[in-house]
Ligand binder design. Structure first.
Ligand code: AHR
Length: 657
């Protein structure tokens, strides 16, 4: 009897040991839905000083003296005067500088940049200014890179002279080499002794080394971080800034193209949206405008996806009822024309259309090949479909190949979401933009979110999402891990989920309004968050077709009996490989064995694993690569792929077929 009991106990232990190995089935022969090239992308909005003070290479704040306080960012000194009859009609202000009248006093002005100006040692900077000597003669400008905090003798560590000698407005340029590395420097311009009176307008300073060497270019490390994601789609320019707090301050793309000197300033709502993160000097110069967005999309290989106003200003701020904040349906034509003209600007023939000609004049005669347009951002209520309808009708009629993206409002579920999805179906929107900034519990519970979506309606664009992790809502590892878990569900449903873009993208460490964010920076350094690396793992390994991966006949989606596991698989045609992604969100390691149906023999594989020593672990400016995925190679004996995923780990196997 004792012997039998011992044997049963031993069997029970063995059975329980076996039960702990999660058996999964993967049919590698039957290719599922194509994964869209646009599947993983980026969403850019000028929030957190993402454009001016961030991605946009310009280092001078308020370069055209058009901020409401015309000297915001500047300290003028000596003999100076603000004038407003300058050469650029949309930016008429400029500064007149004259001799101080005393040999021991100086005239000029100094710019503080965005939280200071970052200068790298030995790097070149391109200074430019529109200037004239209105009364003739010659004016010599001393252009200085300064370190106001220096303990040494001289604040200026680099200096060059620039002679202004034309009575007519002209652009003057010089290159200045920085002799020092300074994170919070300034730009000082001083009138030399015995100089004539001089007028200065659009004073600009760029690093010479910008991304791709472009004119009016982008900060290199930040643009490179975008390129390194291999994004499939690039949504811009927002977000709430598309809508405006009122109609006058909505993003107007037409103001963001043409010569930079004549792009008018716009308010940036993120200057005042949160009174506890208040930035009264936050405006939009439009220096990074639609031409630059399209150009960058092309450079990083992403489909451009502009978002345009649907004639409704921010409904959070103005309500969802008809009011003066929203354009009545019968007065929408100028707004609709903005969309039609935008399509011409991007794709039109320069010989036939003035907006297309402007694109060519700006340096891009070939079309940008725009395929998508999103109409409205976070809109809701009946006013949205009412306003959207005439846009859809006119865009469809004139450009039947352009795909139209509507919105399901600001929430991931609930009344507005339930109302808007059917409305978007009726409207025959091609895609519907969903937004969800949600806590960890939401991400853990949403593994099956897209499994039962209607396959006959519009496709899904998860246009803004991020896990807002516990406590300080920061970019900690656990938030990134849960995003990875959730993304396996998007990938499994790639037949309906065609695009997904994490948000927000960028944040200046001294000027953020919203966090978490994907990429952080100060004036010289940047780091990529854990969420960035999750996005990159998916984007680089999105494959070309979904493969069905199941456990006990069900998707692996973090369900109650699945021990916190989430998983998806794809086939990648160019590399002829099978990619399996497994996320263990639980507290214990989980053994698994995948039966790779259709594969046999010894196969080489890479294993990429992303984990952290603590859940709150995060990368920082001082330790930018503390948490990064690690890759190794191995050989597996197909058809069995087995292993153990440690607790709180995202692991990915790429197996050559
Ligand atoms: O990404 C930040 C903001 O979140 C966006 O502007 C808006 O669309 C959403 O509410």
């Amino acid at each position: 009897m004792r012997k039998l009991t011992t044997t049963l106990a031993a069997l029970a232990v063995a059975a329980s040991a076996m039960a702990q190995t999660h058996q999964m089935e993967l049919n590698t022969k039957k290719l599922g839905a194509p994964v869209q090239p646009t599947m993983y992308g980026i969403f850019f909005e000028d929030i957190n000083y993402a454009a001016d003070g961030g991605l946009y290479g310009e280092l001078v704040k308020n370069r055209s003296f058009e901020f409401p306080d015309h000297f915001t960012g500047w300290v003028p000194f000596g003999n100076f005067q603000l004038k407003n009859d300058g050469p650029f009609n949309k930016n008429p202000h400029y500064v007149r500088i004259g001799d101080s009248g005393h040999r021991d006093k100086f005239s000029g002005l100094e710019n503080e940049g965005y939280f200071g100006i970052g200068y790298d040692q030995n790097a070149d900077y391109k200074f430019s200014v529109w200037a004239r000597v209105p009364n003739g003669g010659k004016a010599v400008l001393r252009v200085m890179l300064c370190d106001p905090s220096t303990m040494g003798e001289r604040q200026q560590f680099s200096e060059e002279k620039l002679t202004i000698d034309s009575k007519d407005w002209k652009k003057y340029t010089l290159t200045i080499n920085s002799k020092k590395k300074v994170n919070k420097g300034t730009l000082r311009i001083m009138l030399d002794r015995n100089s004539a009176v001089v007028d200065l307008e659009h004073i600009s300073l760029f690093p010479a080394d910008v991304f791709n060497g472009d004119e009016n270019g982008m900060r290199k490390d930040l643009a490179q971080a975008l390129a390194d994601l291999h994004p499939g789609v690039f949504r811009f320019p927002g977000g709430c800034i598309v809508e405006g707090t009122d109609l006058a301050t909505r993003y107007q793309w037409k103001n963001s193209v043409g010569p930079v000197e004549n792009r008018p300033l716009n308010e940036n709502r993120w200057h005042y949206t949160f009174d506890y993160r208040f930035y009264p000097d936050y405006f939009q110069s439009y220096g990074l405008g639609f031409y630059e967005y399209f150009r960058l999309s092309e450079e990083i290989g992403a489909e451009p996806l502009p978002v345009v106003s649907v004639g409704l200003s921010c409904e959070f701020q103005n309500g969802a009822e008809r009011s003066a904040a929203h354009v009545p349906v019968d007065q929408l034509q100028p707004y609709i024309d903005d969309v039609l003209d935008l399509i011409e600007f991007a794709n039109g023939d320069p010989a036939k259309n003035t907006w297309a000609k402007l694109r060519a004049d700006m340096g891009h005669p070939k079309p940008f090949n725009l395929k998508f347009v999103a109409i409205g951002n976070e809109q809701w209520g009946e006013i949205y479909p009412e306003n959207l309808k005439p846009f859809v009708e006119q865009v469809r009629k004139k450009y039947p190949n352009i795909k139209i993206i509507g919105t399901s409002g600001p929430d991931s579920e609930g009344k507005q979401f339930e109302y808007l999805w059917p409305e978007m179906k009726k409207m025959k929107a091609d895609l519907v933009d969903e937004h969800f900034y949600r806590p960890e519990s939401w991400f853990l519970a949403q593994g099956n979110r897209y499994d039962n979506y209607d396959r006959k309606g519009p496709k899904v664009f998860a246009g803004e999402y991020a896990c807002h992790g516990r406590g300080k809502k920061w970019n900690h590892f656990n938030a990134a891990l849960l995003e990875a878990a959730f993304m396996t569900g998007m990938e499994r449903n790639a037949d309906i989920v065609h695009m997904a873009t994490y948000a927000p993208l960028f944040a200046h460490i001294d000027g953020w309004q919203w966090r978490p964010d994907m990429i952080w920076y100060d004036n010289l350094r940047s780091f990529r968050s854990c969420s960035y690396y999750v996005q990159q793992m998916f984007s680089h390994n999105k494959g070309t077709n979904v493969l069905q991966l199941t456990m006990n006949g069900k998707p692996v989606a973090g369900n109650a009996d699945q021990d916190g596991l989430f998983a998806s698989a794809v086939y990648d045609k160019p590399s002829n490989s099978v990619i399996v992604k497994i996320v263990n969100t639980g507290d214990k390691a989980q053994d698994f064995s995948v039966n790779l149906k259709g594969m046999k023999g010894s196969k080489s594989a890479t294993i990429t694993s992303f984990t952290a020593d603590k859940l709150e672990g995060e990368n920082t400016l001082d330790a930018p690569t503390k948490y990064v995925p690690k890759t190794s190679t191995t050989t597996i004996s197909a058809p069995t792929l087995s292993g153990s995923v440690p607790a709180k780990t995202f692991v990915m196997y790429k197996i050559s077929k």
